[in-house]
Design a protein around this ligand. Structure first.
Ligand code: ADP
Ligand code: MG
Length: 324
């Protein structure tokens, strides 16, 4: 396989390339390893929304933190906006940090309760030393309006707001530095269903207005289908299927994706596929195909030999012996 080009064509190449990212932790008992992310390659085109789905514990948040370089990979490479992120000097990395922002799942935990909304949204501008006091005030007011709040919020504190409003505040803070990439890690999972669609619509609207690209992480397939251009399916630290949202969620190929899709309420024909066995642990990754102990279509080869990836990162891809 040829190595992706990290430093070519800054303006026209993909915004983000991850090449064989690995993050292993010491296991909790200290004797083994937890393979939280175990060889993930992906490509995010400019202006695209890439959905990432998979059960709790499959490595989605670890992958997000690796991409943002909040944690160091065990191995692998990241290219962002034409630069090799792993090779950047601290000053360039600092500049790059402005271009990648994250919105977390829990709008209660992610806002400092002792800061006013005005301070919370201005903080990234303060940290990066951007603008005079007057410019910052105007910018924060603009940001509040952009996320559907008004200036009366400025002097108030997070506890005075609902979950949906707090997530709007978290989004305002994340776009304050005019980033190129927003990673949304389960951004609506903690919200009531009626509020979820308001926040999703806000995100869709902001993406078009601000020329953003999104990585949208969720365990909820209907939410991911609603917002994503392409979808990656993660299982136990690896991408097992990739394609357009329609390909992956309407015509799933990997038996794991089939099971996920079949479990969506009011779902597709064919009935629900219930997976046998325990939810997997990254401290005990099975031999061969890591999905084989739970796979309804398991073959002999699956127990001994890891499946090859059919297709390529950025296109349609499935990692399963049924297609090799
Ligand atoms: P997800 O976001 O898909 O629910 P995470 O990325 O949070 O999954 O976690 C993936 C796996 O990595 C989990 O099994 C988790 O327990 C493990 N893990 C995450 N962080 C650490 C850490 N600092 N030390 C050890 N294991 C970790
Ligand atoms: Mg997570």
């Amino acid at each position: 396989m040829t190595r992706p080009q990290f430093t070519r064509s800054v303006a026209t190449g993909p915004l983000l390339i991850a090449d064989d990212l690995v993050k292993h932790y010491k296991s909790r008992d200290g004797h083994g390893i937890a393979r939280a992310v175990d060889g993930v390659s992906l490509t995010l085109k400019r202006g695209e929304t890439l959905g990432i789905v998979g059960e709790s514990g499959c490595g989605k948040s670890t992958l997000a933190r690796l991409i943002l370089r909040l944690i160091e990979p065990t191995s692998g490479r990241i290219g962002f906006d034409g630069e090799d992120v792993m090779a950047l000097k601290p000053s360039r990395l600092r500049r790059l940090r402005r271009d990648m922002q994250i919105v977390f799942q829990d709008p209660y935990a992610s806002l400092d309760p002792r800061m006013t909304i005005g301070q919370i949204i201005a903080e990234p501008l303060d940290i990066h030393g951007l603008g005079t006091a007057a410019e910052k005030r105007r910018k924060v007011e603009d940001l509040l309006l952009m996320v559907g709040l008004d200036r009366s919020a400025l002097q108030r504190y997070p506890h005075e707001f609902s979950g949906g409003q707090r997530q709007r505040i978290g989004i305002a803070r994340a776009i304050a530095l005019e980033p190129k990439l927003l990673i949304l890690d389960e951004p609506v999972s903690a919200l009531d269903v009626s509020i979820q669609s308001q926040i999703l619509n806000l995100l869709i609207d902001l993406k078009a207005r601000l020329n953003l690209s999104y990585i949208f992480i969720s365990h909820d397939l209907s939410v991911v289908e609603h917002v994503s251009d392409r979808v990656l399916v993660m299982y136990l630290g690896r991408i097992v299927e990739e394609g357009t949202a329609t390909q992956v969620l309407r015509q799933p190929r990997h038996p794991y994706t089939e099971a996920l899709v079949s479990a969506v309420p009011g779902a597709r024909a064919g009935g629900r596929i219930v997976l046998k066995g325990d939810p997997p642990s990254p401290e005990a990754v099975p031999e061969g195909c890591r999905f084989h102990p739970r796979c309804p279509k398991v073959l002999d080869i699956c127990r001994t030999t890891p499946p090859p990836a059919i297709g390529s990162a950025g296109g349609a891809r499935v990692e399963c012996h049924l297609f090799s």
